[in-house]
Design a binder for this molecule. Structure first.
Ligand SMILES: Nc1ncnc2c1ncn2[C@@H]1O[C@H](COP(=O)(O)OP(=O)(O)OP(=O)(O)O)[C@@H](O)[C@H]1O
Ligand SMILES: [Mg+2]
Length: 230
């Protein structure tokens, strides 16, 4: 395992604005993600897990002058919007608790979608082949033309993982990926993540569930917007 973290959150602060009310959520959270590790961020509901993951993955911006995210040692949040879009779409893959698949697109089209955003490095035909291969790998080869509503929860999440991987990201960020599934189906999704991790992917998973946290090789505790020292 390399000593230089692939991803770092440094002194991250995040305050949401609800009308005139300020809601401070992260109070200077710092976290180091090692390449090829499976890091689990464990915390109770409302502790700021999703917020932290969104900042790390370029989905939401930290408070002004409050710290930064470093990817391979380079600042993410001092980049231009266009560069941040590229980071979000190519360097990072996201998996959400509620899948966030587009209902009007079939599974194949959903998987292909990230290749159409922020400029793909590969020709169309190669992207299509990649999407087909990933869906095959996750047991959905016979479901390509199905809409998300025609699939089970586990199948939807496997499609969402295929979508997250289609641009070959270095890091997969998964926010409660089993939170909407029964235990058995959830375990199948964790097995998929395990296989990807065994294949060398860096995995960061958020959960409030102690049992699930055991799957990772590093557990980081988040409480009330602070990372607890191990
Ligand atoms: N857009 C927003 N506007 C205002 N407050 C928000 C917003 N998003 C989150 N919050 C608040 O920030 C706090 C942390 O939210 P966050 O979603 O990061 O927690 P979490 O640890 O992911 O919780 P859960 O386990 O329930 O998903 C919560 O108190 C939440 O109400
Ligand atoms: Mg959350």
């Amino acid at each position: 395992m390399s000593d230089t973290p692939i991803l770092q959150g440094i002194d991250l602060k995040k305050t949401y604005q609800l009308g005139r009310l300020e809601v401070p959520v992260l109070h200077g959270a710092s976290i180091q993600i090692q390449a090829r590790a499976w890091t689990t961020i464990l915390g109770t509901s409302g502790s700021g897990k999703s917020t932290l993951l969104h900042l790390l993955g370029g989905l939401d911006r930290p408070d002004k002058d409050s710290g930064d995210v470093l990817f391979k040692g380079a600042s993410v949040w001092s980049r231009t919007n266009r560069q941040i879009n590229r980071y979000r779409n190519h360097d990072i893959g996201f998996v959400f608790q509620f899948y966030h698949l587009l209902p009007e697109l079939n599974i194949f089209e959903n998987t292909l979608l990230p290749t159409m955003i922020a400029g793909s490095k590969l020709p169309k035909a190669q992207n299509k082949a990649k999407a087909t291969k990933l869906l095959d790998q996750f047991g959905l080869g016979h479901r390509l033309s199905h809409r998300p509503r025609e699939l089970s929860g586990g199948e939807r999440q496997r499609a969402a993982i295929a979508r997250a991987l289609v641009n070959d990201p270095d890091v997969l960020l998964a926010d409660e990926p089993t939170g909407n599934l029964d235990e058995e189906t959830g375990n199948e999704i964790l097995d998929v993540l395990s296989e990807l991790y065994d294949g060398g992917l860096t995995v960061v998973m958020v959960t409030h569930n102690n049992e699930i946290a055991c799957r990772g090789d590093v557990v980081v505790n988040l409480r009330d917007g602070h990372i607890l020292e191990n």
